[in-house]
Design a protein around this ligand. Structure first.
Ligand SMILES: *Cc1c(COP(=O)(O)O)cnc(C)c1O
Length: 434
């Protein structure tokens, strides 16, 4: 366990204030600061299975699960043993290792379109490498992305979407120059865009999991495949969330559509920092040292991350995914019942093992235009009521709910009991505000 100094004050408020004095906003990834929901974040001291424990000793049932990087439950014995054993042999060498070979082989075996795999340190590094690779391979500059999809902190993919129509080149954040997104076209999700021969690649989350959870419409992914083939553009599936979470072969197996390049992260590192790009041999072999497209990383293929990732994948058998799918259905069912009983319109769409949230009337959203109509005030109230009930949700209304093998049926039923009370509290809070 993380050894803390004896004299460290065991107070979330005090420690978060101290963090804010040295770390911008007190966090190393912006969503953790609770800006979308208000209040002060809890600081985690340790975690086990479905639970996280904060520095005050409060236990929460955790549905954040490191935003999907954890799938077996926290501190799974197989993963911690693999990490300890690897660490005892040294933590980084700057030379090839058998561990990275074995993880790359496993990824390639599970996702056949990944004839070659390059390992790196984060999902962001994977998407930025895929951008450079797609452009270098095709000799074209233009990228097409979908409004509401998220591809990490990669400049060329941080373009702001317009209002339901295709827009070109608006920086999605300060610090991204217009020139960095001048060749990035943002189009609505679940509609196949008409491409031309300037397009290097289409980047897509095959199941959108950063605007709630939105399934691909029937024919959408197949349509993208055909349109990319028509103009010679590459189809890039960003499977940083869906890879090894939806099933043994990720979204490509589930929907039967083969990507040219696939980006991975999260689950494949077993909770350690990792990213990967996999794809067609001819494309992947344009990466250095074989080809002209540069890629390098001091810690790429890190022995701890590859050991943790291999240990995690070993547990992720077809039977494990059956269990995860059943748990996702159960979670959706208990949350749906809680909101129905509180007369608050909400839906909790399930795609395989992923569960989303939408607070509003009608069918769950199919694109970002619809997703952003979610009632964030309901979520804010529900989030805090759940925290008070001992259940930690992600502090943002557009995140997925991540179930893992640590969430037994009993744990999910406990979430249901908490949600029953929290939904009533949320209903009272929003009605009081009306
Ligand atoms: C999390 C995420 C990323 C970024 O991965 P990091 O490891 O956080 O850099 C990229 N794409 C998708 C779909 C993600 O969910």
């Amino acid at each position: 366990m993380n050894p803390l100094p004896h004299d460290l004050p065991r107070s979330n408020a005090e420690l978060f204030a101290r963090s804010c004095a040295v770390i911008p906003g007190g966090v190393n990834s912006s969503i953790r600061a609770f800006k979308a929901v208000g209040g002060t974040p809890y600081l985690v001291e340790r975690a086990e299975g479905p639970y996280v424990f904060d520095v005050e000793g409060t236990r929460y049932i955790d549905l954040v699960q490191s935003y999907g990087a954890i799938i077996l439950g926290h501190a799974h014995p197989a993963v911690t043993a693999a990490i300890s054993a690897a660490a005892a042999g040294g933590t980084s060498y700057g030379a090839p290792t058998p561990g990275e070979l074995l993880l790359a082989e496993e990824i390639s075996r599970r996702v056949p379109s990944c004839e070659r795999v390059r390992l790196m340190n984060s999902g962001t590094e994977a998407t930025s490498t895929a951008v450079r690779l797609a452009r270098g391979f095709t000799g074209r500059d233009r990228l097409v992305i979908f409004h509401g999809n998220f591809h990490g902190a990669t400049d060329a993919l941080l373009a702001a979407g317009g209002s339901g129509v295709a827009t070109l080149g608006l920086p999605g954040t300060a610090g991204v120059p217009a020139s960095a997104v001048a060749n990035t076209l943002v189009v609505p999700y679940n509609q196949v865009p008409v491409l031309d021969e300037q397009v290097a690649a289409v980047f897509v989350e095959p199941v959108a999991a950063n605007m709630g959870v939105v399934a691909p419409a029937p024919g959408f992914l197949e349509g993208l495949r055909a349109e990319c083939d028509r103009v010679g553009a590459l189809l890039v599936f960003d499977e940083v969330i869906t890879g090894f979470r939806l099933g043994t072969g990720g979204a490509q197996e589930r929907y039967g559509v083969r990507a040219d390049l696939t980006t991975f992260g999260k689950v494949i590192g077993g909770g350690l920092p990792i990213g990967a790009v996999g794809g067609r041999r001819d494309i992947m072999e344009t990466l250095s040292p074989l080809g002209p497209v540069f890629h390098a990383g001091t810690l790429a293929g890190n022995p701890l991350a590859t050991a943790a990732g291999r240990a995690a994948l070993e547990q992720l058998t077809p039977a494990a995914y059956d269990l995860l799918r059943a748990r996702a259905q159960r979670l959706s069912a208990v949350l749906t019942a809680a909101f129905a009983a509180a007369w608050l319109p909400a839906s909790f769409p399930v795609v395989g093992t992923l569960v989303g949230m939408f607070f509003g009337d009608g069918a769950p959203p199919v694109d970002f235009q619809q997703a952003k109509t979610t009632d964030e005030a309901v979520y804010r109230a529900f989030f805090h009521a759940m925290l008070a009930e001992g259940v930690a949700l992600a502090p943002g209304a557009y995140e997925a709910l991540f179930v893992g093998l640590g969430h037994t049926d009993e744990v999910i039923d406990a979430i249901g009991v908490a949600a029953g009370r929290a939904a009533l509290a949320a209903a009272a809070a929003v009605h009081a505000a009306d």
